[in-house]
Ligand binder design. Sequence first.
Ligand SMILES: *Cc1c(COP(=O)(O)O)cnc(C)c1O
Length: 404
Amino acid sequence: MEEIKSKNKTDDSRHYGEFGGQYIPETLVNELHRVSDAYNKYKDDPAFLKEFHDLLNNYANRPSLLYYARQMTEDLGGAKIYLKREDLNHTGAHKINNVLGQALIAKRMGKTRLIAETGAGQHGVATATIAALFNMDCEIFMGKKDTERQKLNVYRMQLLGAKVHTVTNGSMVLKDAVNAAMQEWTKRVDDTFYVLGSAVGPYPYPEMVHDFQSVISKESKQQILEAEGRLPDAIVACVGGGSNAIGSFAEYINDKNVQLIGCEAAGKGVDTDQTAATIERGSVGIFHGMKSLFLQNDDGQIDKVYSISAGLDYPGVGPEHARLAELKRAKYVGITDDEAVDAFEYIAKTEGIIAAIESCHALAYVMKLAPTMGKDKIIICTVSGRGDKDVASIAKYRGVNIDE
Ligand SMILES: *Cc1c(COP(=O)(O)O)cnc(C)c1O
């Protein structure tokens, strides 16, 4: 096994082993260079970092709690369970950490307009929020199917002053929204910054997102050392594109005794064709500007993916996760819809927390893992967002129809 360097990058700064890179149309090459130059210039700049952390603390409500889930721990009868509460951030998820960072880079580059893709609407809402705060123009691209499923988030974005474009290409979901946002960017780079919502896409996005989200593990490490005087035995987080997971793992990657576990959406099962378990089922390909693992057919066409959770419903995964999986530094497991819905109800009843259905994929795995570990062991599970948005669809899953 190769030495894992900090940030886990290997041959050059654009790659994670064979994964990553910049597979982009020529029209974006120069602009992506400008973005990486700006990022490299500001990422260690004290004034930039001060502004970023001031906003995280005073606008986004950081540091987020590391909460000891006593009832869940006692009920499961094994390892001590701590929850990293990203659901308590402003806008209700971890997305705002990354949006604040990228929008600050955009401002320093002199950009006045932010564009972004969104699936369920969480990243779109976070981007529209920060655009309002920074007084920037904002346009969000969203698949038609998602605009219909997530009407409330469409209206939220509009309320925040953003324009929402309905994407009618392809299967009219998240992957098509990414395509549309990238296409818009190629048409207008002068005043526009593309705020990408997960640890995916061409370099430098996976690195920027890793760095901005690593605030999660920077905090959790300090918090667990204060609470327990030692590092945890396992970190568990859900994986869509992989931003909350990479942020939760980042500070522990070099701590070899800390197990890192990413939970993918298995949908109806990893062995069915209704799944989004990219790492378990995918193969190497190139899409959305990066080389990584994708669910695709033999011709390299991207497959339709399925999960009850819109936030995990993505046919690829960030290149750093593909690398961590290959090196076996992190383990990735599939969690079905049924298991996630059970966890949704379980965490509500045991801890009084309505967690996002995405996060419940991680919680479902903790429910299996904790009882297999001794009472002297410690698990930290990231609750990536709050579940208010999911209540109506979970009710429907259980055969209850509530009016939205
Ligand atoms: C968007 C989202 C995810 C999935 O995205 P990652 O980049 O994999 O973190 C997970 N949980 C919540 C609450 C989300 O909004």
